[in-house]
Design a protein around this ligand. Structure first.
Ligand code: MG
Length: 283
């Protein structure tokens, strides 16, 4: 089986220090958590930025730039910046969501399809999605096609068929978000069945489903995402000390199941990303 690519989604836009004091807010804290996850074996860090004082979701490109600079200075981590911009409102929100592309990260997330998101609506109109895919392609940034439900896979497949996404497509199957597809094995199997053959796919699941669903994905040949964005508990009643703890557990699981874990350099090859000077994480 192909080596396992582990993504650490280190901050997200929702978890707070009140819920778990180890959730990072400042660019330094976010970069430190990403580097900790890298040392534990993560190949990709998925980054949201937060208001350094309040922890509120933020989309300031300067904050993203600080995180990127810190991570690049010390590692060869694959950097994946969000374009979800859930905090943004107003007529220029669509433009501002795409600002992180200008920093030329390796990957930017691209949310395909709209969905009720808790009590909000996560709006991703087709025009915006196509524009995002085009801008990423022009900038040499790989999109991570995030899908929250079955219909979103149809739209992602159309983007790929339209030539808007460079090969191989990298897809993140997001299970358990309210009110996208539920986090069950049946959902996972059905989503997997609908992916294009050439897709390289990763799975995330929220809360208590993070561990069982990502473990199933691991056994099915998929890649996995763990971290505070999706789950702040290591086990029932026990909050995680860091993103690295989740990554460490995933590395151990994978090795015990005789699946090797990809280094950053290996993951770059698999995803068709540009090579950078390899920096050892002592794994
Ligand atoms: Mg995200």
């Amino acid at each position: 089986m192909e080596k396992l690519i582990i993504t650490a989604a280190v901050s997200g836009s929702s978890p707070t220090k009140e819920q778990n004091p180890n959730v990072p807010y400042t660019p330094e804290e976010i970069a430190d958590q990403a580097l900790g996850a890298w040392r534990a074996g993560a190949a990709i860090a998925h980054i949201h930025v937060r208001d350094p004082q309040t922890g509120a979701a933020d989309s300031n490109v300067e904050l993203f730039a600080e995180v990127v600079e810190h991570i690049r200075a010390d590692s060869d981590l694959i950097i994946n910046l969000t374009t979800s911009g859930l905090n943004l409102t107003g007529s220029d929100a669509g433009d501002r969501r795409l600002d992180p592309i200008s920093l030329k990260p390796d990957i930017c997330s691209l949310d395909v399809g709209s969905v009720n998101f808790g009590r909000r609506v996560f709006v991703n109109p087709l025009d915006w999605v196509e524009r995002g895919a085009r801008e990423m392609k022009e900038a040499g940034v790989k999109p991570e096609l995030e899908v929250f439900d079955i219909g979103h896979i149809r739209q992602a497949n159309q983007l790929i068929a339209d030539g808007l996404v460079a090969s191989p497509p990298w897809m993140q199957l997001c299970l358990g978000i309210q009110w996208g597809i539920e986090a069950t094995i049946e959902s996972l199997v059905e989503m997997r069945r609908r992916l294009p053959d050439e897709a390289i796919w990763s799975v995330l699941a929220t809360g208590a489903q993070q561990l069982p669903i990502t473990t199933h994905a691991l056994l099915m040949g998929g890649h996995v995402r763990v971290g505070f964005e999706d789950n702040i508990y290591l086990e029932r009643g026990k909050k995680a000390d860091s993103n690295a703890q989740f990554v460490e557990r995933t590395v151990n699981l994978s090795r015990n199941l005789l699946r090797e874990v990809a280094t950053c350099a290996e993951a770059r090859m698999m995803l068709g990303l540009r090579a950078v000077k390899t920096v050892t994480n002592d794994q």
